[in-house]
Ligand binder design. Structure first.
Ligand code: NAI
Length: 473
C-alpha cells in the first residue's frame, strides 16, 4: 500500500522546488501519495496567526511524515515563524543537517573529507520568541533551555553517531558566558556521554567551533548544539560544501518527522526557474530512508550525484551559464538508473529513541530574593540610595545594581559605561522569606520606581539557580 506523505509547497521558491521533487519521485515510481496542504505566507494572509492551519496540523498528525518547502517569516516584525510552530507542534526536537562533499562540486575545501552532521536542538532556546520591551529603549528575549530538551538532543546525537558509524561527538556551547543555560546543555552532554564510554566526546566553545569548522572541518563527525548556535553554524557548514542550494535537513521527533532544506524561501530568485532543487531533493531522499524506501532513495541519490558529478549545475553553483531548475530536474530524471563514479553513500538508519520521561524534581528549593528590573533615567547613585531607603521597612536589602550586566552600584571607581534606562537591582532577603514578604516589597518599590519585571532568585539544595553579579563570588 502506498504511504501518504504531507506536502507543504511553501513560499518563494518553494512551489518550484517541490514540483521538481514530485516529478523526480513520479519518474522513479516512488510508491507514495502526496497530501498537499498549506502553511506560511498564505495562512498568515488568511488570518491564521500561527501560520499553520488546522487542516495542516491534522494532515501531519495523521501521516506522521511531511516534506516541506521553505516558509517565509516576516523579518523584524509581524507574526511568528510557521517553521518554528511546526517544529514545536510535532515536537520534532532534533534538527539533523548532514554536510558532506558532493561529487562534482568544487569548493576551496574540496578534498578535505568533510563529512559531518550538525544536530541542532529544535524546540527551545531563543526560538521560543518570547520578547519584551523593558523600557522604551531596551528589549529582552528569553533563552529557555531545559534538562529534558538537552538530554533528548544529546542522546540523539550519540545514537546518530553510533548508527552512522561515526567515531566521535562534539558539543559546542557558549557556556563560558551563559553559565546556566548553555552550561546546562554542556553538563547534560557530559553526563549523557558517560552512557557511551566507547564514543569519544569533546566540548568546545561555539566561537572556536566556527573557527575550527573553517580551519579544520574534517575533524568533526557529529556536533550537537542548542537551537540558535546550530542554526547559524549549519549555514556556515553548508558553505563549506557548495552552499545552501545543496544543504539538506530533517526535523525528527519521537512520532513524527518533517523534511525540508536548510535554506529559506529565497525571495530574490523566486519565479525565475533558477532555484537549485538539490537541497530539498536530498532532504526528500533521507525521508525515503526514514520510511524504509531505501532502494528508491538509492536510485534517486545515484541519479542526483551522477548529474552533479557530470558538472550539470544550477546557477547558484555554475554562475550565469548554469542550468535552469527545469533542465536540471530533467537531467536528474534522465540519470535515473545511472550512478556516479566517485561516490560511496553512507548508510543511514532510522534512530529510535526510548520516550524520555521528564526528571522528577527532588532538590530543596528556597527563594532567597529577587532581581528587580526597573526603568529610570536617574544616575545609579541616586537609584541605589532611593531603593535602599524604600526597602528599609521590608525584609529585603539591596545588594547591587547592574546596567546590561555591568556593576554600577556600589560604583566601581573609574568605570565609564554608556548606561541605558534599564537597571537590574539584586535584592536579597534579610530573613527566611515568606510569601507575605513579596507584596511588601512591591509596595515599597512601587512608591518610588517604574519597575518592569521581577525574577525570583531560587537556590536548589543551597546552590544558586541564578547567574551571579559582577564581582560576586
Ligand atoms: P534564504 O535561504 O532564502 O536565501 C539566502 C541566499 O541563498 C539567497 O541569496 C538565495 O537566493 C540563496 N538560495 C537559497 N536557496 C537557494 C536555492 N535552492 N537555490 C539557489 N539559491 C538559493 O535566506 P533569507 O533570504 O535570509 O530568508 C528568506 C526567507 O526565508 C525569510 O522569510 C526567512 O525567514 C525564511 N527562511 C525559512 C526557512 C525555512 O523554511 N526552513 C529557513 C531559513 C529562512
Amino acid at each position: 500500500m502506498k504511504q501518504t506523505i504531507t506536502l507543504i509547497q511553501g513560499d518563494g521558491v518553494g512551489p518550484e522546488i517541490t514540483s521538481s521533487i514530485c516529478k523526480i519521485f513520479d519518474a522513479a515510481h516512488v510508491p507514495i501519495t502526496w497530501e498537499t496542504v498549506i502553511a506560511g505566507k498564505e495562512s498568515f494572509e488568511s488570518g491564521i496567526s500561527s501560520g499553520v492551519p488546522q487542516a495542516t496540523i491534522d494532515s501531519i498528525s495523521k501521516n506522521k511524515v511531511a516534506l516541506k518547502g521553505p516558509l517565509e517569516t516576516p523579518v523584524g516584525h509581524g507574526g511568528k515563524s510557521a517553521n518554528v510552530t511546526l517544529r514545536k507542534l510535532f515536537e520534532t526536537y532534533a534538527n539533523v543537517r548532514h554536510v558532506f562533499e558532493i561529487p562534482g562540486i568544487t569548493t576551496p575545501f574540496s578534498g578535505r573529507n568533510i563529512d559531518l552532521v550538525i544536530v541542532r536542538e529544535n524546540t527551545e532556546d531563543l526560538y521560543a520568541g518570547i520578547e519584551y520591551s523593558q523600557s522604551e529603549h531596551v528589549k529582552v528575549a528569553l533563552k529557555a533551555i531545559s534538562v529534558m530538551g538537552s538530554e533528548k538532543i544529546c542522546r540523539f546525537a550519540f545514537e546518530l553517531a553510533k548508527t552512522e558509524g561515526r567515531p566521535s561527538v562534539h558539543c559546542s556551547t557558549k557556556a563560558n558566558i551563559l553559565k546556566l543555560t548553555e552550561g546546562l546543555f554542556k553538563n547534560t552532554f557530559e553526563t549523557v556521554s558517560l552512557d557511551y564510554p566507547d564514543m569519544p566526546a569533546h566540548h568546545l566553545i561555539i566561537d572556536n567551533c566556527a573557527h575550527q569548522l573553517v580551519v579544520k572541518p574534517e575533524q568533526f563527525d557529529v556536533i550537537v548544539m542548542t537551537n540558535m548556535n546550530g542554526d547559524i553554524l549549519s549555514d556556515l557548514a553548508s558553505g563549506l560544501v557548495g552552499g545552501l542550494g545543496v544543504a539538506p535537513s530533517a526535523n525528527i521527533g519521537d512520532d513524527c518527522a518533517i523534511f525540508e532544506a536548510v535554506h529559506g524561501s529565497a525571495p530574490d530568485i523566486a519565479g525565475k526557474d533558477i532555484a537549485n532543487p538539490t537541497a530539498l531533493l536530498m532532504s526528500a531522499i533521507s525521508m525515503l530512508r526514514y520510511i524504509d524506501l531505501d532502494s528508491h532513495a538509492e536510485t534517486i541519490e545515484n541519479a542526483l550525484m551522477k548529474t552533479l558529478e557530470d558538472k550539470n549545475y544550477t546557477k547558484d553553483i555554475a554562475g550565469a551559464c548554469g542550468l535552469t531548475r527545469t533542465d536540471f530536474t530533467q537531467m536528474v530524471i534522465a540519470n535515473l538508473g545511472r550512478g556516479p563514479k566517485n561516490w560511496t553513500p553512507r548508510t543511514f538508519k532510522r534512530i529510535k529513541l526510548q520516550k524520555f520521561k521528564p526528571p522528577k524534581t527532588k532538590a530543596k528549593q528556597d527563594c532567597v530574593g529577587v532581581d528587580l528590573f526597573l526603568q529610570s533615567t536617574e544616575v545609579p547613585g541616586i537609584i541605589g540610595k532611593k531603593l535602599e531607603t524604600a526597602l528599609k521597612p521590608t525584609n529585603f536589602e539591596l545588594k547591587f545594581i547592574s546596567n546590561r550586566g555591568a556593576l554600577v552600584y556600589p560604583e566601581i571607581s573609574g568605570s565609564n559605561f554608556d548606561m541605558v534606562d534599564w537597571w537590574r537591582c539584586r535584592i536579597i532577603g534579610t530573613k527566611y522569606l515568606k510569601k507575605s514578604d513579596f507584596p511588601d516589597l512591591i509596595t515599597a518599590v512601587d512608591s518610588e520606581f517604574e519597575w518592569v519585571h521581577i525574577e525570583k532568585l531560587y537556590c536548589y539544595d543551597g546552590q544558586p539557580g541564578y547567574s551571579k553579579g559582577q564581582g560576586e563570588n
